[in-house]
Design a protein around this ligand. Sequence first.
Ligand code: ADP
Length: 195
Amino acid sequence: MLNLILFGPPGSGKGTQAEKLVAKYRLLHISTGDLFRYEMSHNTELGLLAKSYIAKGELVPDAVTIGMLRKRVEANPDVKGYIFDGFPRTVPQAEALDKLLVEKHQTISALVELTVDEDEIVKRILLRGKNSGRSDDNDESIVRKRIQVYRKETTPVADYYGQFGKSLTVEGIGSIEGIFKKLCKTIDNHVGRKA
Ligand code: ADP
């Protein structure tokens, strides 16, 4: 099994690269952001709750997010592996994910971080906001807040997996194809080295 965490700040290109990785490695893509957006578009109870945090650029509480993630993993047991996108976003989420995988006799193979500087990220997200209708992408102060939350609460997740030698980085600047090639090389090297 290949279980990857695609990591990086908002707007670093995780969604775009996740789609390409899924096609190449035949993994199940689980994006907590997409799951929340689905719930919000259907006005479910979970969607309404998530919206109250997302609209402010804050994280949805861990218990809610972990519960949703667990349900998604357990509904899809017979896959070749998972690619987690936008999760884990806090150290308690990482601990919960590890626990869930241990129950399934599995483990995270690697966390791969796409690095992009803040000015470039803000530019990309505001551009995306113009086309996507994502209201959390339209307001610069909310975008900056998300980046601040990322720095404070999410970057420790990379250090958490770093303790186990599982944190990798790839520069997220350049063409989509170019970044994808670097990602694949980094993942293959890491997995090959362990085999
Ligand atoms: P981006 O990476 O562009 O910020 P996402 O689509 O991953 O966007 O997430 C959108 C929003 O959904 C986040 O700003 C956050 O409020 C919420 N969210 C997504 N994943 C998580 C998570 N793992 N924990 C808490 N909140 C989350």
